[in-house]
Design a binder for this molecule. Structure first.
Ligand SMILES: [Zn+2]
Ligand SMILES: [Zn+2]
Length: 275
């Protein structure tokens, strides 16, 4: 089973007390099989843990298993759930998390979740930029979402280890065949980051075709500098542990994708005509 290989490496601690969990999703594009993560991250404080993203609905059994492994190891109990935005690969397990962890409170942009889950309305708390959730010895802060696909997005930031959770920012696929699953970006040496970043932007972030991505990349540099980001934990990419070396490669992909015409989101199947 392909997925066994990737999930066996998880949970992976990418910074002290920050655990990468979840699974890959295989997608076909231009005859290649790309793997993308729909990752979730657990940030553990002394008193409480926060789950960042829920993973894709198909991954809930994996996410749940990874979480119970961590809690069995003595990681602080789950008190908060932060989702970057309302899209299935980011929040598709929200109801199940709130049901499984009755003490957990949903934080971030919570618009409309009370309509989908009226039974949990009293467990939803708004965050605005700069707001922090206290976990004991560290906080999770809502920060400016520079690259996003929905206006309601917030990015998260762990103030102790300076880990940025950029949701759809730094999104790129990886190659299962090359053994990239479960590796951080710097370990996946055969991964052409500008190429896979531009492919992802082409498929998932259409607006990058109509914007000057130099402006967005400059803003990203400014945010990274201002926060002193040491690690980047994207939902769909591999975690970045060498910000100075790796971020420019992802930015090169964003800038290249912006200059190419959009290819569309669905693989075209060749139809042999009978008429
Ligand atoms: Zn996404
Ligand atoms: Zn994979």
């Amino acid at each position: 089973m392909l997925d066994k290989v990737s999930t066996n490496k998880m949970p992976r601690e990418i910074a002290p007390g920050v655990f990468w969990i979840g699974d890959c999703l295989a997608q076909r594009h231009k005859g290649k099989v790309y793997h993308g993560y729909n990752a979730a991250f657990l940030v553990a404080g002394d008193d409480a843990s926060i789950l960042v993203e829920t993973g894709h609905p198909k991954d809930f059994p994996v996410i749940e298993r990874h979480l119970s492994e961590l809690f069995a190891r003595g990681v602080a109990p789950l008190k908060y759930l932060f989702v970057t935005h309302q899209e299935t690969p980011h929040c598709g397990g929200l109801g199940r998390i709130l049901k499984t962890f009755p003490d957990a409170i949903l934080v971030g942009d919570v618009s409309d979740y009370h309509l989908a889950f009226p039974q949990y309305e009293h467990r939803m708390r708004w965050m605005n930029e700069g707001d922090e959730i206290e976990l004991g010895g560290r906080t999770l802060m809502a920060v400016e979402p520079v690259i996003r696909d929905l206006r309601t997005t917030w990015w998260g930031f762990d103030t102790r280890e300076r880990v940025l959770f950029p949701g759809d920012g730094f999104a790129y696929s990886h190659y299962h065949e090359d053994g990239h699953c479960g590796l951080v970006a710097e370990e996946a040496v055969s991964l052409d980051l500008p190429d896979v970043s531009s492919t992802f932007a082409d498929l998932a972030l259409f607006w990058t075709k109509f914007a000057d991505m130099n402006v967005y990349c400059d803003r990203l540099d400014h945010l990274i500098e201002r926060l002193g980001v040491k690690t980047i934990a994207p939902t769909h990419g591999l975690p970045i542990t060498d910000v100075k070396a790796t971020v420019p490669k992802v930015q090169a992909g964003l800038k290249a994708a912006a200059l190419m015409p959009e290819t569309g989101t669905n693989e075209k199947v060749a139809v042999t005509g009978t008429a």
